[in-house]
Design a protein around this ligand. Sequence first.
Ligand code: NAP
Length: 279
Amino acid sequence: MTATLKFAVFGQPIAHSLSPRIHAMFAAQFGIALDYRAIVAGHDDFARVLDAFAREGGVGANVTLPLKQDAAALCSNVSARARRCGSVNTLIRDGASWRGDSTDGSGFLRDLAGHAFEPHGHRCLLLGAGGAARAVAFALADADVAHLAIANRTHERARALAAAIGVKAQAIGWSDLAAADPFDLVVHATAAGHGAAKFNAPTPIVGTQTLCYDLSYGRAAAPFLRWARAAGALRTADGLGMLIEQAADAFAIWHGRRPDTGPIHAALRHELAASLSGA
Ligand code: NAP
């Protein structure tokens, strides 16, 4: 009989995380016995809770808000892509320590491909400069975009991120967006949608063919996506696909096999639509 492998996702809040369901569905595709649970942890107790998980036999973990930087600091070794974004979302048990990786950027690019968007040579705008925005910014730079503009509430963070990316990137003030031409891709990577605030930005940044992509999904994505459609964008997407694709990349790191994400997209999209309509 094969031993059940122990995995978990850590964060706060974490009760509504879809990761345990997603990984259970992936594991079922390969007949892998998996115990993947959601464990609440914050800045103060993450190191202790993660240590207890390892002592109970935990071999891998995902990490979400607000712990991605804490996770990077706890690893004895991190991948190059995780180091440059300064955050870890995937932990791999390696002897008596943890190795860290970041699959947010690769998951984002895979989902963009699913929306028939190829970043190469395109003008892109990134709204936000936090951990997820950093992963997206480096992924877009790697995918050879022509130009990446970055706007953030705290302008200094946008400037620092643009400087880390290099010549293709430029920090832009939120109010200066009014003078910009429409971008090919606008990525909303701020956490503002979780606060139910109305999204607002100058509409010239969006044309009918602009893909407007929100990294969050469900109610948190609604303010930006509503704004984008009102601004004339015919192509919009939320971050549910990125969530599934980054999970599939983590699964492949742990198990050496990448699941078929198509059926998971369909199942979770259907459930999300039902929950939003109150069904
Ligand atoms: P983070 O590191 O805490 O960064 C938060 C970002 O949001 C910063 O740029 C911050 O600006 C900005 N922000 C926060 N509140 C704001 C407000 N009221 N108005 C304007 N800007 C505000 O968070 P994160 O990890 O990057 O996550 C960002 C979003 O991406 C979240 O919605 C998260 O759920 C989503 N996400 C999705 C996936 C996925 O797989 N789909 C993966 C990762 C993250 P300042 O710099 O000015 O504070």
